[in-house]
Design a protein. Sequence first.
Length: 255
Amino acid sequence: MTGHGSRAGDPAGDGRKAPPKPFAIQPGQRQVRSFVLRQGRFTEAQQRAFDESWPRFGLDFEPGKPSGQPRDFDVVFGRSAPRILEIGFGNGEALRYSARHDPARDHIGIEVHAPGVGRLLNALAQDDARNVRLYHRDAVEVLEHDVADASLDEIRIYFPDPWHKKRHHKRRLVNPAFAALLVRKLAPGGRLHLATDWQDYAEQMWDVLDATPGIANRAGPRGSVERPAWRPQTHFETRGQKLGHGVWDLLYDRG
């Protein structure tokens, strides 16, 4: 998808072409997803980011590619190094920070919301980053088809949508099937790091992950840790803590 936005339609009628939907559409099937696309306005700067920086930092997902043929990330990055995958990187603050402060490891980011991808593309170009590649795609599809089993040094999921209404809990990203998929992709000794500011979601994460074979909670059952140095504190998080809101960081180690 060189020039990611160049092959999409122009619904706004003003020359900006938002990228195509970041998931496969199965005719006649209605899938429950962990996200709803609320793209908002796709700006000229974000369009330029896709046009100019996607060929350098973007990874095109090939719909219909069979599983069992994962992407060769050694070729992508031009080296063999430990790799971190961040799922749902939002505007990319944490991913950008990690790439700058941990150059010995390669960073792969997945995000479905095009404006956030565009913002991070601009930031990576500004940094002249060499150790980051991005997907604009549903994480489940990328994990199932592009990422080899036991290949990741770390997986990070920071502040996933809590879907706080009970009828929407089925949309939450962290569920038993997804947890098992994550464990498959982690290398032995690898790490899973999650963060949430929603206590009810932290409880569900413990329910699911503490019971998932192959990983162990570093802090013990239903335990959390202080925010690790590798996860920068966001302005939103700082504001929430001043209001008395909690934040839970969960670390799990792959056996």
